[in-house]
Design a protein around this ligand. Structure first.
Ligand code: ATP
Length: 517
């Protein structure tokens, strides 16, 4: 992370706390590592993100329906899904610092350092050659860059092979050969790499021993698979159709960090799309594009998002791609789109002994559908929105303290509060009564906030900091002609409007329907 992105990340974390978006969990006990609580504005923003996803899936597609399955599932579910045997991360301990790491992540970070060296060389050369600089040619011909790139390719290749084959000894050897040191202590005194299962387990009250062992679901997808036939029949759906779900998932991550990017308890928004075998690539491509459109409709710049194909496919997938977002710590996975074949339904059919087949009336035959899934972390989406939206900017024509402002440029449809109602001064009853009357007119239609404390400029700044797109100010002229000012968060323009115009204007400009084109 460069210094400025490190600062930006720190700003996001402290802004989230200071303005009631996210607090460390159980803070009065010094917090619990990697667990966070969403505050009053955080919960509104998170609900809006979920709502945007839900509407895009369930409301905008006739052939997608939703469910809300239990977090606890029959333990055989996780045997069938492969999670009991294969939901592992490679764990390594440093014997001196006693710190734990994910071996694959350590190797990836090592590769990132070499990539940073390449970028440095490229930047230097770009400055030296100026306008005539041909970056692609330089990357192909500069001996130092070529050497770095060869090293990267070879490490990535070995990492992918080890991960695909579950070769823990191979990872140990790679870490030793690359002489990777513990970032905390600098020590290279490592244990062997071993597999670590990421599922949290718990025990049923009424059954002792292994029989009563339950898992907290590590993904919401399995609740969809086991309900496939229930939903298909009761919602009278025909293949191709989808089932959407939003809910908590739990993973005992070896290293949970980077704020809400990687937590042990988080929320997923997943959709499994059931298709005729052989048509899965068509739908895989459709959902890839559809999901990218969903992100772009929020106004996120295209260069902040990119597709990244998986180097090594999970045991169930025949194609997989991530949508990565440019977080302050670099491009990382925000969402996954996976073609999961018939792996899950077939395994559940085998282990449960129940037929999970679909009768296709057009083909006049039974088959187990193939599945294309889209899976996005709600918390990661929250962090992506925050990283993109939080900006410090200079205010034109302002002086001194007022010349800069911190503003959260969230898409209006996702903003926690849509409209703030502000009487110009607080000790004039006619003004505060009028402003309260405006609040009562608006608040049933969208989330509003009434604020009369402090000078008007400070109140505007407070609303900017929580991302409120519109502020209505009630002043002395309002008492004469029922007009108010409507201030736009982004342009800072103030428009004089009749009170009756506020509701339709703010409603239209903050309505989620606007995101669907
Ligand atoms: P990663 O490689 O970052 O661990 P993953 O590939 O294991 O992620 P998936 O199993 O594809 O993730 O889960 C789907 C989505 O759930 C991810 O794209 C991410 O947004 C979210 N997610 C996964 N693990 C976590 C976590 N520990 N904390 C927050 N969100 C998570």
């Amino acid at each position: 992370m460069s210094v400025s992105s490190e600062d930006q990340f720190k700003n996001i974390v402290s802004h989230c706390k200071e303005y009631g978006f996210i607090y460390p969990s159980s803070e009065i006990y010094d917090g619990l590592s990697a667990a966070y609580d969403y505050g009053p504005y955080g919960v509104e923003l998170k609900n809006n993100i979920k709502n945007y996803w839900w509407q895009a899936m369930v409301r905008m597609h006739d052939n997608i329906v939703g469910i809300d399955a239990a977090i606890f599932m029959h333990p055989k579910t996780w045997k069938a899904s492969g999670h009991v045997d294969a939901f592992n991360d490679p764990l390594i301990d440093n014997k001196d610092s006693k710190k734990r790491y994910r071996a694959d992540v350590m190797i990836e970070e090592f590769v990132e350092k070499i990539e940073a060296k390449i970028s440095k060389e490229v930047d230097k050369a770009a400055k030296r050659f100026g306008e005539t600089f041909d970056e692609a040619m330089y990357r192909q011909t500069n001996p130092r860059v070529v050497e770095y790139q060869t090293q990267i390719d070879s490490i990535n290749q070995r990492l992918a092979t080890c991960m695909t084959n579950g070769d823990m000894d191979g990872l140990t050897t790679l870490i030793e050969e690359l002489e990777i040191a513990d970032p905390v202590s600098g020590s290279r005194n490592w244990t062997e790499v071993r597999q670590f299962n990421l599922m949290f387990s718990t025990q049923l009250g009424n059954i002792a021993g292994e029989e009563g062992k339950l898992y907290l679901r590590p993904e919401t997808a399995q609740g969809i698979f086991v309900n496939f036939l229930n939903v298909q029949k009761t919602a009278r759906q025909k293949v191709p159709f989808g089932i959407a779900q939003i809910g908590k998932a739990f993973r005992n991550e070896i290293v949970a960090r980077q704020f809400i990017f990687r937590m042990r308890e988080f929320e997923q928004m997943e959709m499994q799309f059931f298709v005729r075998p052989g048509t899965e690539m068509e739908f895989y491509n459709y959902w890839k594009e559809e999901r990218m459109k969903w992100h772009l409709a929020l106004g996120t710049p295209a260069e902040k998002l990119k597709f990244k194909d998986h180097d090594n496919l999970a045991h169930y997938a025949n194609a997989a791609v991530d949508i990565q977002f440019d977080f302050p710590f670099g491009f990382r996975e925000l969402e996954g789109i996976h073609s999961r074949t018939d792996f899950d339904l077939k395994s559940h059919q085998e282990l449960s002994g129940r037929k999970l087949q679909y009768f296709d009336p057009e083909l006049n035959e039974n088959y187990i559908p193939y599945v294309v899934e889209t899976s996005i972390g709600c918390d990661r989406m929250f962090l992506a929105m925050m990283s993109h939206a939080l900006v410090e900017e200079t205010v034109p024509d302002a002086e001194g303290q007022d010349s800069t402002r911190t503003v959260l440029k969230l898409p209006a449809a996702l903003a926690p509060i849509k409209c703030a109602i502000l009487p110009l001064v607080k000790n004039k009853e006619e003004l505060t009564d009028k402003a309260t009357a405006v609040l009562h007119r608006l608040k049933a239609h969208f989330p509003c906030q009434y604020d009369e404390k402090d000078a008007i400029g400070r109140r505007y700044r407070r609303q900017d900091a929580i991302g409120t797109p519109y502020c209505v100010t009630v002043d002395f002229q309002t008492l004469e002609d029922d007009t108010v000012t409507l201030r736009d968060r982004d342009t800072l323009e103030q428009q004089r409007l009749h009170i009756d115009e506020i509701l339709p204007i703010v409603k239209e400009r903050t309505d989620m329907a606007g995101l669907f084109g």
